[in-house]
Design a protein around this ligand. Structure first.
Ligand code: 4NP
Length: 167
């Protein structure tokens, strides 16, 4: 891979449930495809309540049951972040609207998409699991796995990426 990597940031509200789940699922897919040098992955929240916190325990446990790790510490997305990322991927329409408010110009707005717009799930939003039961966290994983795989395929096609699977 020549040139700089494509930089992704997944964004939800608190950055402790949905966007860290998407981040770590995508990290795994990128690694499996041998694209670590070509794609970087991060996440943030539009809110500031959990800044510095680790992912929600229920998120970590749901991921562990499905065989992957979720880690990191929560950060708040701010206007300056648009310069750091090529794709700013919102988990629901409310997150997307908040990002559009923060975007300083049209170029920044063009970086924003909805995660599920990359998949054929037929849905718009990854539902917020924070105030619900364990099944909500499973649903987040299902939706993120499907959409992240589609997103990565699109990036590979669009940016002519080639990796070394298993490297
Ligand atoms: P997330 O979930 O946006 O998927 O990280 C939430 C986390 C915290 C809160 C809401 C949603 N909260 O209200 O503190």
């Amino acid at each position: 891979m020549s040139g700089r990597p494509i930089r992704l940031c997944f964004v939800c509200l608190g950055n402790i449930c949905r966007s860290p789940t998407a981040e770590y699922i995508m990290r795994e897919l990128v690694a499996q495809a041998g694209l670590d040098q070509s794609v970087t992955v991060d996440s943030a929240g539009t809110g500031d309540w959990h800044v510095g916190d680790p992912p929600d325990r229920r998120t970590v446990e749901a991921a562990r049951r499905r065989g992957f790790r979720v880690d990191g510490s929560a950060a708040q997305f701010s206007t300056e972040h648009f310069a750091r990322f090529d794709y700013v991927i919102a988990m629901d329409r409310s997150n997307r609207d908040a990002l559009q408010e923060l975007a300083p110009d049209a170029a920044a707005r063009d970086k924003i998409s909805l995660l599920l717009s990359w998949s054929d799930s037929g849905e718009a939003d990854v539902p917020d699991p924070y105030f619900g039961g364990p099944s909500g966290f499973e649903r987040v994983i299902d939706l993120c796995e499907q959409a992240c795989a589609s997103l990565l395929s699109s990036l590979v096609r669009q940016h002519h990426l080639s990796g070394t699977p298993g490297a």
